[in-house]
Design a protein around this ligand. Structure first.
Ligand SMILES: [Zn+2]
Length: 299
């Protein structure tokens, strides 16, 4: 094969891949918010405690960081959000219900949303085992929070999420507004509430994150992160957009960061028309106002 043929084959393959990815996504041009609302901010908490660190076989000091999240961090965040009347969505692995049942129950009792974050922070490759994990997580969250979860932040197979009654995932980053994703066969449509790493606390504050080497250690000044997130907020505010800020109780539950979040929320609330729904409320709003071209779960 000549170089030119090879190149044109590669370009064709790339174009086919781009078309396939395009067919899997359905975007919402502009969110029609309720009257008086300029933009929505979802504060989401990934309540992993020490589970992710166990999965990664990290040393005891790192496990203890996660423990702080379950013992102190989650309670501080709850107090912060309750004090501001801001709804949060807590994505938590099913197994956290065994470790910190009181915290998971308190989240729901305070009117916040409890959502799935996999059974033990990983999705098994075997589809049957995966289905079993999702069922176990869903049941554990329902039993502990008293409400069946409808949202997930996970790598779970969309058909399984839909079978279990989930209406959204909050995992992708393909757009800054909520959008619909179908699986590779163009089926099993599910809403995605996007977040991204620049609005994820762990990227700025997590020391010894994911067993990283010395070069990857981060302990950023909270004031700097506050300015970055404020800029992200303002840019989205001007265009009636959306922001999904991802916090981890073992990271943001530390006193200096709670203080920063308090200032950030106070500043956001000083602007007219900022809506702080739970992810479920945001998802139901999108499904009602901007339904996908075919109902969830269908082609
Ligand atoms: Zn997590």
């Amino acid at each position: 094969m000549s170089m030119t043929d090879q190149l044109s084959n590669e370009i064709e393959a790339l174009e086919a891949a781009a078309r396939a990815a395009e067919a899997q996504h359905e975007f919402i041009e502009e969110i029609a918010y309720p009257a008086g609302v300029q933009m929505a901010v979802n504060f989401t908490c990934d309540f992993d405690a020490m589970l992710l660190r166990r999965v990664l076989n990290e040393p005891p000091m790192q496990l203890a960081q996660g423990e702080f999240g379950g013992r102190v961090g989650i309670w501080r965040l709850l107090e912060l959000f309750n004090g501001h009347g801001v709804k949060t969505t807590v994505f938590t692995p099913g197994r956290i219900c065994e470790l910190y049942p009181k915290a998971v129950a308190a989240v729901a009792q305070s009117g916040h949303e409890v959502a799935d974050h996999m059974w033990e922070h990983q999705v098994p490759k075997d589809l049957q085992l995966e289905a079993d994990h999702l069922r176990k997580s869903t049941q554990a969250l329902e039993a502990t929070a008293g409400i069946r979860p409808v949202g997930s932040r996970s790598w779970h197979t969309q058909s399984l999420l839909l079978e279990e009654g989930y209406i959204y995932n909050s995992h992708g980053t393909a757009h800054h507004l909520p959008y619909y994703v179908r699986d590779r066969d163009g089926e099993n449509c599910l809403l995605n509430l996007p977040f991204h790493f620049a609005i994820d606390d762990a990227m700025f504050f997590s020391f010894a994150w994911l067993a990283s080497g010395n070069g990857a250690q981060r302990i950023t000044e909270p004031g700097r992160v506050m300015e970055l997130w404020w800029d992200a907020f303002l840019q989205q505010y001007r265009q009636g957009g959306y922001l999904n800020i991802c916090l981890h109780p073992f990271v943001s539950g530390r006193a200096l960061r709670i203080e920063m979040l308090d200032r950030l929320i106070t500043r956001m609330k000083s602007m007219p028309g900022v809506w702080f729904p739970s992810c479920e409320e945001m998802a139901r709003h999108c499904l009602a106002k901007h339904p996908p071209s075919a109902p969830l779960g269908e082609k």
